[in-house]
Design a protein around this ligand. Structure first.
Ligand code: F6P
Length: 418
């Protein structure tokens, strides 16, 4: 494979995570050190920044400051939810992207995100291949939802899982203090896949978890749910429930939509969820007369850098690094993922490449064999899968007791003389 000399551009897209910048930093640092790569640019707000010629020069950042990205949550370059059209229908955006590639002599394209972002990366990769422009396109995975196909798990999931399990344990203690009873309902993110909600089961494994856990993998039945809550409350005077924002009835309607029938949709047609915990809390209060609290973890679960898993941070960094190393070695049209083993309590994790065509837009669900027969809890299979991922405490720097997050200068990129 011949050496490909030129600039690299990296963008972040979709919902952020507490470690998405660790991946981006892995790619940026490696690219800055690489002799084949002449300049490293960051897209402001993902592909929208590239389309609008809004790039920043990562080489102008102070290296020590840049290193703080590794422990800073939430898309330091800015994010977007922008869907590229089918190129067979409308090539406008692709032609603009090609113009930008030529203007900045971009030969390496890295896109850091989840399913929809891999769709963007895949479409650009295929368009450039078809049009004979040599650029190596690599997806760098990110999603707290943990639903990208192929890879064992996704950067960002473990830290959110650790936060959720920790929060459930803490809430468990708080929600059981009074002599009077209480029902508590916690809502986690995850539209179609229940990985995050399943993480509540880690708290159960410590004996301080939820009575009921509901994932979108199983149709949700309001009557059965109410009967279960009543039964547990009658027996224990408390009931702790964890639900996924994406639980839906047998017809596929999100329960969150019962409360908000006109919920907004994003560019990919995804319904804006949320509000489920409050809806269920009101409903259960009416049904039981008990004191009920609904807690929506919302953004807290995906930006909780203070509770991040160091394993997740290190693996995220490794995925960004591997994307650049592979691209420079000649690889293109792939996403970096992980291949792991968990044998006799020993966990290993190595990066592995997956075809963009396969990962784009395919969602990986929680295996049904890890969900209990009554559809309201997880078994040991999930615990064994998840536990190694949340190990290690973040090395986040603190100043005056508070986190020291990165402050990028964001110097606007200037295209080289033609
Ligand atoms: O992209 C992952 C995710 O965090 C989902 O779990 C959640 O449904 C969605 O993003 C929320 O997106 P937004 O930030 O656009 O409201």
């Amino acid at each position: 494979m011949s050496k490909l000399i030129g600039a690299a551009v990296i963008g972040q897209s979709g919902g952020p995570s507490s470690v998405i910048n660790a991946s981006a930093y892995g790619a940026i640092k490696t690219a800055l050190e690489c002799e084949e790569i002449t300049n490293v640019y960051g897209m402001c707000n993902g592909i929208v920044g590239l389309l609008n010629d809004n790039l920043i020069d990562m080489g102008k950042e102070d290296p020590d400051e840049l290193a703080l990205m590794k422990y800073t949550p939430s898309s330091a370059l800015g994010s977007c939810r922008y869907k590229l059209a089918d190129p067979d229908v409308d090539e406008t955006d692709y032609i603009k992207i090609l113009e930008m590639f030529k203007k900045y002599n971009i030969r390496y394209f890295f896109y850091n995100g989840g399913n929809d972002s891999m769709d963007t990366c895949n479409k650009i990769s295929k368009f450039m291949l078809r049009n004979g422009y040599e650029v190596r396109c690599m997806g760098i995975p990110k999603t707290i939802d943990n639903d990208l196909a192929g890879t064992d798990h996704c950067p960002g999931f473990a830290s959110a899982a650790k936060f959720i399990a920790t929060s459930v344990m803490e809430v468990y203690r708080d929600s059981t203090v009074y002599d009077t009873g209480m029902i508590t309902i916690i809502e986690c993110m995850g539209r179609h896949a229940g990985w995050l909600t399943a993480a509540a089961a880690l708290a159960n494994a410590c004996g301080q978890g939820a009575d009921l856990i509901y994932l979108p993998e199983i149709d949700f039945d309001m009557d059965k749910f109410t009967a279960k809550v009543k039964e547990i409350y009658a027996a224990k005077k408390k009931c702790l429930v964890v639900v996924s924002e994406g639980i839906h009835d047998k017809d596929g309607t999100f329960i969150a939509e019962y409360a908000n029938k006109n919920a907004a949709k994003d560019a990919f047609g995804h319904t804006q969820l949320g509000g489920l915990a409050a809806y269920l809390a009101n409903y259960i209060k009416e049904q039981t007369g008990a004191k009920v609290r609904g807690i929506e973890l919302s953004l807290l679960q995906r930006c909780a850098a203070h509770c991040a898993s160091q394993t997740d941070i290190d693996e995220s960094f490794a995925s960004g690094k591997a994307a650049v190393e592979n691209a420079v070695a000649g690889v293109t049209d792939k996403m970096v993922g992980f291949e792991c083993t968990r044998e006799n309590g020993k966990y290993t994790c190595n990066t592995k490449l997956f075809d963009l065509t396969i990962v784009a837009n395919t969602e990986k669900k929680v295996p049904l064999e890890w969900i209990n027969d009554t559809g309201d809890g997880l078994n040991q299979g999930f615990i064994d899968y998840c536990l190694p991922l949340i190990q290690g405490e973040t090395q986040l720097t603190k100043v005056n007791g508070l986190p020291r997050f990165v402050n990028l200068k964001k110097v606007k990129a200037v295209a080289p003389e033609a």
